[in-house]
Design a protein around this ligand. Structure first.
Ligand SMILES: C[S@@+](CC[C@H](N)C(=O)[O-])C[C@H]1O[C@@H](n2cnc3c(N)ncnc32)[C@H](O)[C@@H]1O
Length: 275
């Protein structure tokens, strides 16, 4: 059963969590950038931009004749986004604005002006993803693109399966509906584009897995560990997993990450439509 009221961002904004989000960006931004294929001179809106690493990656492509605006509701994320942009001497590449994805903080002149509106890993954290996609459709010009990338957590597969992991992952997915969110929103992306009045154009997977022997395997295992550690309080508060087993299962998973035959299969759902 979903709780009522505003959605809770389950990952939070601690320094550890921000490090996890940055590492995740390092891994998938090139693939996402290839997929979105923004072009020099384009005006781009990044909704729920988080630490704005991908916002800056898009800004490097659109160049000085383009414009990239990132919208983020959390002040701590915005502050870290500003800090990272300054550290990379890229402050002038992007504009960051505080605001909610469901009521985008755009001026009358900005509505209907963007060439591309993008949202990644945010629809899974809002109670009404359709209202966000509708806003994005209204933000782009006629013929402009709306690009959505998000998780369907149910596609995760580990082999060989570490003891208890599957039940713990199920418990993590259950926290989404307890918080009023959708852990499987990825599979709905094309449908959301259609319902929001955009014309769906294509969908794809962005591979986000790895295996023993690959440089990204340890970071990806650490990413999953960070997610589950961060969600521990929520999982236990909703009685979704036996508290006595939680740490043991995580320890099994951490050990599993050192196996020479371990494989983690995961992909992000990606969809594009036009107004
Ligand atoms: C998992 S992070 C993804 C950030 C970024 N899009 C990326 O891919 O790296 C989700 C971000 O969405 C933000 N967020 C959650 N709900 C939001 C809302 N209703 N409006 C704007 N931002 C929101 C969170 O604060 C967080 O920074």
């Amino acid at each position: 059963m979903a709780c009522s009221g505003p959605s809770v961002y389950i990952h939070g904004v601690s320094a550890d969590e921000q490090r996890r989000l940055s590492a995740l960006n390092d891994y998938i931004n090139d693939a996402c950038l290839r997929e979105i294929a923004v072009a020099p001179g384009q005006r781009v809106l990044d909704v729920g931009c988080g630490l704005a690493q991908f916002t800056r990656a898009m800004a490097r492509v659109v160049g000085p004749t383009g414009r990239v605006l990132g919208v983020e509701k959390d002040e701590a994320q915005l502050a870290e986004a500003q800090r990272q942009a300054a550290a990379a001497a890229e402050e002038s590449l992007i504009e960051l604005r505080a605001g909610d994805a469901a009521t985008l903080p755009l001026s009358p002149a900005e509505w209907g002006s963007f060439d591309v509106a993008h949202a990644r890993f945010i629809l899974e954290h809002v109670g009404d993803p359709l209202s966000v996609v509708k806003q994005m459709v209204q933000a782009v010009r006629p013929g402009g693109r709306v690009v959505l990338a998000d998780d369907d957590h149910d596609v995760l597969r580990l082999y060989p399966e570490p003891p208890g992991f599957s039940a713990l992952w199920q418990a993590y997915m259950r926290t989404y509906d307890r918080l009023g969110n959708d852990a499987y929103v990825g599979r709905r992306l094309v449908s959301l584009l259609h319902q929001a009045g955009a014309k769906p154009l294509r969908n794809n997977w962005i591979f986000f897995g790895s295996c023993a022997g690959h440089a990204m395997f340890e970071p990806l295992v650490n990413n999953a560990l960070g997610i589950l550690r961060g969600a521990k309080e929520t999982i236990l508060r909703f009685n979704l997993y036996d508290p006595a087993d939680f740490d043991t299962t995580l320890a099994h998973f951490e050990q599993w990450g050192k196996r020479p035959d371990a494989a983690l299969w995961f992909s992000i759902c990606w969809a594009e439509g036009k107004r």
